[in-house]
Ligand binder design. Structure first.
Ligand SMILES: Nc1ncnc2c1ncn2[C@@H]1O[C@H](COP(=O)(O)OP(=O)(O)OP(=O)(O)O)[C@@H](O)[C@H]1O
Ligand SMILES: [Mg+2]
Length: 278
């Protein structure tokens, strides 16, 4: 697996300070099941079945599994956007009953505000939190720069490419600095080279901050590069097939460590587990 580095991973921590003072939260998913019932046909789809999972405070958990296995449903249950038909989710001991500012989401389908410019989209959560203007502008500037959106601060979403919109959506969630960040295939629409840059930046920022992160992806290389642990889900109804520790600590991970045989073997093992379900 050849990765070409575009940034220096793990060196510059000063910039990440501007990302905010993050704090994690421990997420407990307990016996989670979910059935969707089609309003018209009455057809029942069992999306999740008995999912037990703990995401430790400050952990970066990546999730892979076949299309339609319930990954987004799991994420939405943690976000409080889906009310599970069985089991429950709690965040630092408090049962999740709805969405909260402590849990930020980067949706699989784009969720940015078409009537706001790039700058004001990224600032949105900060405005809601009434963060003073100076700090707000600093943080927004940091994310504009980080996401390679310089020069487009005043553009509206319809003037951006799909990948750029995706980066605005990521920046918007990160800038609001939630304890828990739930990301649903955030880099799917980004070109290959930018994707690698964003992965490296995400690795770097997340190793110097403490949020709890759940990151869904179809890309196994991405899952093993970013995660402390990788969850492999079964085909629908989604259950946890395997929960694996990535071999090299995230803080020590660089483009070079990815080339080590134990990492390559680990990637192959995850790939194999996913293939069995497709
Ligand atoms: N609102 C809904 N109403 C009915 N069925 C739904 C609804 N949302 C999801 N489903 C069904 O639940 C199952 C799981 O969907 P989900 O979106 O969680 O899968 P996923 O693993 O995220 O898939 P993908 O990788 O394609 O994004 C699918 O069979 C889907 O059709
Ligand atoms: Mg999905």
């Amino acid at each position: 697996m050849a990765r070409k580095s575009t940034t220096t991973v793990g060196k510059d921590t000063s910039r990440a300070d501007k990302a905010g003072q993050r704090q994690g939260a421990r997420i407990l998913v307990d016996g989670l099941s979910h059935k969707f019932v089609d309003q018209q046909t009455g057809e029942v789809v069992q999306a999740l079945e008995q999912v037990d999972l703990t995401i430790e405070s400050g952990e970066f958990l990546t999730v892979v599994g076949p299309s339609g296995c319930g990954k987004t449903t799991l994420l939405n249950a943690i976000a409080g956007l889906v009310h599970p038909t069985g089991g429950e989710v709690s965040s630092d001991g408090a049962v999740v009953r709805g969405p909260g500012r402590d849990r930020g989401v980067v949706f699989q389908e784009l969720a940015i505000l078409p009537w706001r410019t790039v700058r004001r989209n990224i600032a949105h959560g900060l405005e809601i939190q009434k963060i003073p203007r100076k700090e707000r502008e600093e943080r927004v500037g940091y994310y504009v720069d980080l996401m390679g959106l310089s020069g487009f601060e005043n553009a509206y979403p319809h003037q951006l490419s799909g990948g750029m919109k995706q980066r605005v959506a990521v920046a918007r969630t990160w800038a609001a600095d939630p304890n828990v960040i739930l990301m649903d295939e955030p880099f799917a629409a980004v070109d290959a080279q930018t994707r690698i840059t964003l992965q490296e930046e995400l690795l770097r920022i997340s190793t110097v901050s403490n949020n709890t992160i759940m990151f869904i992806t179809h890309n196994v290389d991405e899952a093993v590069f970013l995660g402390d642990r990788v969850v492999v889900m079964t085909r629908r109804p989604g259950r946890i097939k395997a929960l694996l520790d990535c071999p090299i600590p995230r803080s020590e991970r660089t483009v070079d460590t990815m080339a080590r045989p134990e990492f390559a073997a680990f990637t192959e093992r995850v790939l194999q587990l996913v293939r069995e379900e497709v």
